[in-house]
Design a protein around this ligand. Sequence first.
Ligand SMILES: NC(=O)c1ccc[n+]([C@@H]2O[C@H](COP(=O)([O-])OP(=O)(O)OC[C@H]3O[C@@H](n4cnc5c(N)ncnc54)[C@H](OP(=O)(O)O)[C@@H]3O)[C@@H](O)[C@H]2O)c1
Length: 279
Amino acid sequence: MKTVTLPGGETVPALGQGTWYMGERRDAAEQEADALRLGIDLRMTLIDTAEMYASGGAERVVARAVAGQRDRVFIVSKVLPSNASRCGTVAACERSLRRLATDRIDLYLLHWMGGYPLSETLAGFADLQKAGKIRYWGVSNLDTDEMADLAAEPGGGACAANQVLYHVASRGIEFDLLPWCGKRGMPVMAYSPLGHDVRRVLGAKSIRAVAGRHGATPAQVALAWTMRSGQVISIPKAANPAHVRDNAGAAALTLTAADLAEIDAEHRPPSAKRPLDIL
Ligand SMILES: NC(=O)c1ccc[n+]([C@@H]2O[C@H](COP(=O)([O-])OP(=O)(O)OC[C@H]3O[C@@H](n4cnc5c(N)ncnc54)[C@H](OP(=O)(O)O)[C@@H]3O)[C@@H](O)[C@H]2O)c1
């Protein structure tokens, strides 16, 4: 498995698993947990979830998947901005811990910027860290100017990751956000790495051509592309076991300079600042 190093020196898998839209239906929960377990067995041991997903239902699916093997898994969850006051962050995390049936979240993120000042949320994260309920904290959907504001807050330099939309057809972060995080040794987590609605990314001509040359699938190429810098953790969501197996294969694929040039010709890298894309 390719790995990415967190600012504190710990390494985590570069390829994990998302859970958005899991936990929506009771009758699908066991099958979804099975898919996550399969992914864990295939070394995609980082799982991304959030209190928002299925109003806590996705966290309950994660609890089923990691039962009996909690220590193998690095769990990422997120607090909603509407809960992100100092006390609200602590209370939201405690609810997440109960749903996840665990005593700690490995990385706890602010899902996006809301009305509470960052200082409030950071105070909540500090309380949670002191109590051993979270190991690291980070943010999601913050653009470069917001990351600079965060870094200027007392304790803001300890941010462990920023989770943002990143796939071949949405690569504006390469202009400034990715280098900004890179300079600080801060990983970026690529959400929707297959594009969420996968047709655009998996149907791209260059992705299909590169896949053909490697005897790989378009999904493997799209995921390997997101991970190519060594700074990005990619978190595709797959409830279908065939998709899980397919995605796991991306960890073994390294794209060549010619592959990357072909993808660039179809999906140009940014030449100017673009506002952060958000799903
Ligand atoms: N922080 C944020 O604001 C934010 C926003 C969006 C997402 N996220 C996180 O990022 C994760 C991934 O993003 P996402 O779920 O939006 O989109 P995604 O991972 O880009 O795409 C998910 C879709 O791709 C399908 N799929 C998975 N593997 C495939 C394969 N090998 N071949 C063909 N189709 C495949 C899935 O189908 P099946 O499920 O049927 O297998 C599902 O329909 C989320 O689940 C969530 O954890 C975070």
